[in-house]
Ligand binder design. Structure first.
Ligand code: SF4
Length: 221
């Protein structure tokens, strides 16, 4: 019997939170997440049961129109073990596949064709203790194109990001993104970056800038 996944929505929008920001992208948003970040902006998907769909149906809907970029997100996609098979199936179709994950689950067995955008939860999220420490070793594997993102709520979170970058020499092998939480002045975060010695890339949430008064999800597929 084919593996099913609980899907919250499948939609087209602009990629907003990685070095792929600005590109058209199909999003597969999976339902459910066992974390509880204080700033969670996908509460509906986090707490939803979702619609159980076979992987072949998800791929068919996502790849309608042959998009060049597909992102699997959530909720927390890796909370569902079948997500690995979905990522493989999407990559088999030849498109660039991104996975956005909280870092709470191991990324060691992710298909190597997939680009992982891993949130390293800061203390301000109240979920830093959920980080799967073995993921750091995966980031130092040669040839990967993974990215780490720190959502910062204040300067203490920024210092945490600096500590992680220094301790694990993240800049040697990984793109590092800093994303100010909604309400934190990006100009302030820019000052912190400029005063640091790390090549953080300032990441503003494009969805909020483009559609400040609308739901962040895009056109349903
Ligand atoms: S990991 Fe993501 S979906 Fe889960 S609670 Fe945190 S922000 Fe929300």
């Amino acid at each position: 019997m084919e593996t099913t996944l609980r899907v919250f929505s499948i939609f087209t929008s602009i990629q907003g939170e990685s070095t792929y920001a600005g590109l058209p992208c199909v999003f597969v948003r999976l339902a459910g997440c066992p974390l509880a970040c204080v700033y969670c902006d996908t509460q509906a998907a986090r707490s939803a049961v979702g619609e159980a769909l076979p992987i072949s149906a998800i791929v068919q809907r996502a790849l309608r129109g042959a998009p060049s970029l597909v992102e699997v997100t959530g909720g927390e996609p890796l909370a569902q073990p079948g997500t690995h098979a979905l990522l493989r199936a999407l990559a088999d179709q030849g498109c660039r596949v991104l996975l956005e994950t909280s870092g709470a689950f191991s990324i060691a067995a992710i298909d190597p064709r997939v680009v992982v955008i891993m949130d390293i939860k800061t203390p301000g999220s109240r979920m830093a203790h959920r980080f799967c420490a073995e993921n750091i070793a995966v980031l130092s594997r040669p040839g990967h194109h993974h990215q780490v993102k720190f959502v910062v709520t204040d300067q203490e979170d920024f210092k945490f990001a600096c500590q992680m970058a220094a301790q694990h020499r993240l800049a040697d092998h990984t793109e590092m993104l800093i994303s100010p939480v909604a309400g934190l002045d990006p100009a302030q975060v820019a000052e912190w970056i400029l005063a640091s010695s790390f090549p953080f890339r300032l990441q503003l949430q494009l969805h909020r800038l483009i559609w400040p008064h609308a739901d962040r999800d895009g056109i349903e597929r």
